[in-house]
Design a protein around this ligand. Structure first.
Ligand code: DOR
Ligand code: ZN
Length: 346
């Protein structure tokens, strides 16, 4: 038996949804994670400080008995966002970032940004107060191939923005490419990048070869194998630029297994065992704590968690629930497609 003990991890990119779905999925995160950056792409989106504080109350009300979990709230950036409201949200201490969705890039992004010049006053205010911008880094131009949308975003949107506003603190969310890894590596301490569990495991063949697997479809979509390998090197490198953001994104099965299926992999349940598996395979178990529990707080200027989490490798594979039965309907848990021998010792 092998075991490691790490500081209790945080999830720096998470979708909790609302209502019955929130109630159903929240325990899957609070079981292992101390904090999470909660995405604001509800319908309608979480736009103002007031929206964020009300959403936070709904999350706190849905917490399982005895759970110690802190939701770190975000605002959804729109072309109508008021810089003063963003500053007030940050001053509350409860809102930790603003999320940029290019309009049309992903689930519930219709209210996002079409023209970055319209939000410059907000971004300048954020740069001045040190509030991070989390980016969904994909262009939406239909002429750009979906597998190129991240690399084109870096060149045509992110790099010019950071040249114009170098003090702005930016998180490249859920990077999926060698280009994303390389750009984050050069960015200095104003730049961070989150990596999901599933992008360390999947390449595009897993989605498409031998039958279409809707539960592996997410955005940004998984890329070629060389990109997955670059992500694994980055996550296990020990570099503080990279940290865990699961992008665990529940959709009920009926909407995943559909003619026009929703994007999202639901990994909250088994992320920690899967990460232990990946880090062990890369000979980097000693770097798991940095990725899951230390680099994120350092970027967000928050204390590391004092509590610990123990992972144990056993002879028998872990058995994960196949589905989480929520009041909104069943949600399929991410299946890595290989046995995982790591267990979280509760
Ligand atoms: O796969 C994804 N699902 N990517 C996103 O950017 C959004 C998310 C969701 O909200 O379902
Ligand atoms: Zn997301």
């Amino acid at each position: 038996m092998q075991e490691i003990v790490i500081r209790r991890p945080d999830d720096w990119h998470l979708h909790l949804r609302d209502g019955a779905m929130l109630q159903g999925v929240l325990p899957e995160t609070t079981r292992h994670f101390a904090r999470a950056i909660v995405m604001p792409n509800l319908v309608p989106p979480v736009v103002t400080a007031r929206d964020a504080l009300a959403y936070r109350e709904r999350i706190l009300a849905a917490l399982p008995e005895g759970a110690a979990f802190e939701p770190l709230m975000t605002l959804y950036l729109t072309e109508g966002t008021d810089p003063a409201d963003v500053a007030a949200a940050a001053a509350s201490g409860l809102v930790k970032a603003v999320k940029l969705y290019p309009a049309g890039a992903t689930t519930n992004s219709q209210s996002g940004v079409r023209d970055l010049t319209k939000v410059m006053a907000v971004l300048e205010r954020m740069a001045a107060i040190g509030l991070p911008l989390c980016t969904h880094g994909e262009v939406v131009d239909p002429a750009v191939d979906i597998f190129d949308r991240e690399a084109v975003f870096i060149d045509s949107v992110l790099a010019p923005l950071r040249r114009r506003l170098p003090e702005l603190r930016v998180v490249m969310e859920h990077i999926t490419t060698e280009e994303g890894v390389a750009y984050a590596a050069e960015g200095g301490e104003t730049l961070g990048a989150t990596i999901t569990t599933h992008h360390l495991i999947l390449n595009r063949n897993h989605i498409l070869a031998g039958g279409i697997r809707p539960h592996y479809y997410c955005l940004p979509v998984a890329k070629r194998e060389r990109h997955r390998l670059a992500l694994r090197r980055a996550a296990t490198s020990g570099s503080p630029r990279y940290f865990l953001g699961t992008d665990s994104a529940p959709h009920v099965d009926a909407l995943k297994e559909h003619a026009c299926g929703c994007a999202g992999c639901f990994t909250a349940t088994n992320t920690l065992p899967l990460l232990a598996h990946v880090f062990e395979a890369e000979g980097a178990l000693d770097r798991l704590e940095g990725f899951a529990s230390r680099h994120g707080p350092a970027f967000y200027r928050l204390p590391e968690n004092a509590a610990r989490l123990r992972l144990v490798k056993r002879a028998e594979p872990a058995v994960f629930a196949e589905k989480i039965l929520t009041g909104a309907g069943p949600v399929t848990v991410f299946d890595p497609g290989f046995p995982v021998y790591w267990h979280v010792q509760d």
